[in-house]
Ligand binder design. Sequence first.
Ligand code: UDX
Length: 450
Amino acid sequence: MKGCGVVLFPMPFQGHISPMLQLASILHGKGFSISIIHTRFNSPNTANYPHFRFYPIPDGLSENDVVSSDPIRIVTFINSLNSNCQTPFRDCLTELISTEDPVACLVTDVLWYSTQAVADDLKLPRVVLRTSNVSSFLVIATIPSLFQKGYLPLQDSEAENEVPELPQFRFKDVSMFKDPGRFLEFIDTVVQGTKASSGIIYNSCEDLEQEYLTKTSSYFPNPVFLIGPFHKYFPASSSSLLPQDKTCISWLDKQQPKSVIYVSFGSVAAIKETEFLEVAWGLANSKQPFLWVVRPGLVQGSKWLELLPNGFLEMVGERGHIVKWAPQQEVLLHPSTAAFWTHCGWNSTLESLCEGVPMICQPCFGDQKTDARFISHVWRVGIHLESNIERGEIEKAIRRLMVEPEGQEMRDRIDLLKDKMNLCLKPGGTSYKSLDNLVSHILSLYSSKT
Ligand code: UDX
């Protein structure tokens, strides 16, 4: 394997960059040399990876561009990235394969659909990384046929009913976006790009979603590798794009074991001012200690905490700690952390499952909705807040999870899942075997080229 290289190309969003860099480290650990092509927008911190080679490419974005929380705008943004970067990516890859170690394959995010044509032209196999799970990808791939059958757009009368093709999910879970009809062309492009690839890697493990793995092969006949959870290959590490405020760890050190609710809605989701106030009052009224990540931009137009009512911080005092961005993996590992109120992004979900922290689910869009359904109804390790964000409902959910016997039952179930997830990476475990298969697959792609 010595001298055999893999080129990786992450999509420049926090929830996508981290798993791609983790995958790069996993492959590096298996002996592959690693080259990362990346956009200048949300560029990774290259100093943290002295053993990788980094190649920035122009992306046509300006300093002032930000990732919106509106799904339509996110898709427009991804489409622009795909068209702006295709030529710079082609030029960079052409140069790289002529000068660096022999390259076995390219690994790109599934969302970089425009790279399949480049890979085909350069006769370089492209393997895709789906940074989330199998079940949500299957749901996405199924959306066009749900339109053809007349199940979508969502009818209010059908919202609570189970989707015949996708047991466990209701129509309202698979209607991932407010207006899913506007995403059909994008979905088709991503699905076709994925089908044309030489394999799909998921940051998930077979033990979590065996049933969906079997179903997915009818949509994606490609070789499939579930080698996650990626972040558990290393000690708590960070590929954070924002500085992490470590004061929360010393604050957690002062709290009782399993007493704190941790609240974070990830790097993209946004809430309205009225919802922000309901979250604040719900936390205050629950009387439980809380650690709250208020990311600048969480509430559109607000700088940070200026929307909190006068006297709120004094009233809560030492019982609450608010930061702009936390070292999340360390927080979830901390013995004082009892529960996680999350937007159910896949990285947050996996990180919480792996540390045995039950969840309150507040999904916003996309895979967050299907993740929330798995957490609350399949694994039964969390409470799904389905109504509008309202202080009374929040207080009730926090108390159910932190104080009432129901919370202990969820804790018992998530402890079993945590053990399963940790075992899957050990010799003989499903992800361990799947990683061996992935390494063999990459080597076979290499030999078939030479
Ligand atoms: C996005 C999409 O919204 C989500 O649906 C998809 O599954 C992944 O991409 P994002 O909002 O970034 O997700 O959430 P998530 O996937 O949970 O990733 C957030 C990452 O940021 C996690 O790895 C988490 O540990 C980290 N984080 C979060 C911090 O380091 N500090 C924080 O304060 C909050």
